[in-house]
Design a protein. Structure first.
Length: 593
């Protein structure tokens, strides 16, 4: 709930009433009141009145020569109240600050350190355009890695050195050749598993793991048509996570750690509590559970690293890891670099956990949201299906037993290039899903004084002093009604523009504009190209094969969501009914190679 505006004199009046009540209680219990008590009360009230009458936003301290300092939210008491608001409800606090500071920047003292929050996209880009060494203190990075992924201080420092050496290998994740190879592996996995995404088996013993985790049950509508009811987000995040992981970590990784997905969800749910450094008296119910899940995840990573190390050394890895040779080259390069940096077994596990979380924390839930939102509008859903039809052709194999026997669908044509370049509605859906369901938040400790300003330069630049903790709250901008009309509504058309082509023809395209969910400058996420391709591919294939609808007698709703470290998730299970679509009949000889 937004923090109400506090008048200094109204607050002082409340303090006077409180002081009178306190003195009355003192008299009631003690039987008398001495001059010392009166003196203490008067000193407190006088000091508070002085503090309240000091409007920090009008103070000369907001100027530093020809530059401006990011303003704090009001007088001293208001800052205290806003600090409590921040500690208890970050989302509500930032929403309120967006209204108080439409210029998109403000400051707040937390735990004795100055924090600056930036949600204006131009100011954010200006900050992140500075060299990394100017806006990223090594000690702060190390501490963040320790809190989030369990690094020791020594291993965190070595991890940063190794990460700098991995710039070239990691850059391959943005190269078209590498991405196409990765997506081909994903296609093979989807071709093999898409029929079993929903098996229609009533017994959990006969269901796939992702169905069991989602509580899948067979139901019928009023017409007797069978559906499967399940927790949509649980099913999709686990299905996509398992099939997509094969390309990077190999199939053994997926089969050997069936519980890794539930542990990853728990870890992701509590990651903000692990890194928040809130006072002990602020409730943090997920902190302990997230730490326990992280411990289990690190055990998985140690097992994987041990097998990968043996494989790269030419040693026998045993039956459990017989397919580890298909681990992607990026993971092999990461292992070799960190080994040369003498990163220990535990440090290597922490490094792999950070990579594993980064790969899956965004793509899987965002794809689930994208399909959910497209399916909420039947007309738009059919427009999308018509748009992707030339590029995704999936058929059901012919058989001699009629419709009573169902054979798994097979991919005839999957033209990823066509999906990415020709499907404007699908791309706009991807962009709008990022806007509505990511909660990007980048934090840096400045190593020197920096200046940030908007391109127009109609005002003096802001100066951010050395040691300031700077927060780029991109998620706040994404929900700003100044930039996005009706920001709580999913409207992909807002990202579509009509362009004039060289030959005079007009074409439609979808673009990000000022939206930067993956960061900007040297802080742009290296996995953004992979995430884009995976979300477009999985969405196109799943809406081609399946119909998704709300449970019977219910309508699609905009669910309540809570922001996690990088995405938003529903606060309670998001139930959906799913059934297979009637696909064209085909012949196995037409299958895509």
């Amino acid at each position: 709930m937004p923090m109400p505006k506090v008048s200094p004199w109204v607050a002082t009046a409340y303090l006077c009433v409180f002081g009178a009540i306190a003195m009355g209680a003192y008299v009631a219990f003690v039987g008398a009141i001495d001059s010392a008590v009166i003196t203490v009360v008067l000193v407190v009230m006088t000091t508070t009145t002085y503090a309240l009458s000091f409007d920090s936003r009008n103070s000369k301290k907001l100027r530093d020569g020809n530059n401006r300092l990011p303003p704090p939210p009001g007088n001293v008491l208001e800052q205290i109240l806003y600090t409590l608001h921040y500690l208890y409800d970050q989302a509500g606090f930032l929403e309120r600050m967006r209204e108080v500071f439409p210029e998109g920047i403000f400051s707040l003292k937390l735990s004795g350190k100055k924090h600056v929050f930036i949600h204006n996209p131009e100011l954010s880009a200006a900050l992140l355009s500075h060299p990394r060494d100017n806006v990223e203190a090594g000690g702060f990075r190390t501490e963040l890695l320790q809190d989030a992924f369990g690094f020791t201080k020594r291993d965190a420092e070595k991890y940063h050195v190794g990460r700098d050496l991995l710039v070239k290998p990691m850059a391959t994740l943005t190269a078209d050749v590498t991405l196409n190879k990765l997506l081909q592996v994903n296609l093979v996995e989807m071709n093999r598993t898409i029929a079993d995404m929903v098996t229609f088996n009533s017994s959990p013993a006969d269901q796939m793991d992702w169905e069991v985790m989602a509580g899948a049950e067979i139901v019928e509508d009023k017409d007797g048509t069978q559906y499967v009811e399940l927790d949509w987000m649980k099913m999709m995040t686990n299905y996509i996570g398992r099939t997509a992981s094969t390309a990077l970590f190999g199939s053994d990784f997926v089969y050997n750690f069936p519980e890794i997905w539930s542990d990853l969800e728990t870890f992701d749910k509590g990651l903000k509590d692990l890194t928040a450094k809130k006072p002990w008296w602020i409730p943090q119910p997920m902190r302990r559970l997230a730490a326990q899940a992280r411990a289990r995840l690190l055990d998985y990573m140690r097992d994987y690293d041990d097998a990968l190390g043996k494989h790269l050394a030419g040693e026998d890895v045993g039956v459990k890891w017989q397919d580890i040779e298909h681990t992607h080259e990026v993971n092999k390069a990461r292992y070799n670099v960190y080994k040369t940096q003498t990163l220990g077994v535990d440090g290597m596990a922490c490094a792999n956990l950070s990579f594993f979380w980064g790969v899956h924390a965004n793509t899987s839930p965002l794809t689930a949201w994208m399909i959910y939102e497209i399916s909420r509008d039947p007309v738009f859903l059919e427009q999308i299906r018509e748009e992707i039809a030339p590029y995704v052709q999936i058929y059901e194999e012919e058989n001699h037993f009629g419709d009573a026997v169902w054979l798994p669908p097979r991919f005839q044509t999957v033209d990823l290039d066509g999906l990415l370049k020709k499907c404007v509605l699908l791309k706009a859906s991807y962009i709008e899903t990022l806007r509505l369901y990511t909660s990007s938040w980048s934090t840096r400790e400045l190593t020197q004084d920096l200046f940030v300003n908007m391109k127009a330069q109609t005002h003096r630049p802001y100066i951010l002093s050395k040691t300031t903790i700077a927060h780029v709250t991109q998620g706040v901008h994404q929900m700003d009604p100044v930039y996005y009309e009706d920001p709580d509504e999913w409207q992909p058309e807002r990202h579509i523009s009509v362009l004039l082509h060289q030959d005079g023809k007009t074409i439609r395209d979808a673009g990000m504009g000022v939206l930067k969910p993956f960061g900007s400058g040297s802080y742009t996420c290296k996995g953004r190209s992979l995430a884009f391709r995976e979300m477009m591919l999985y969405t196109a294939i799943i809406i081609t094969v399946y119909d998704i609808r709300p449970p019977q007698d219910e309508s699609w709703v905009q669910p309540l969501v809570a922001a996690r470290a990088s995405t938003k998730m529903p606060t309670k299970p998001l139930l959906a009914w799913i059934k297979r679509r009637q696909l064209p009949k085909g012949n196995s000889s037409k299958a895509a190679k």
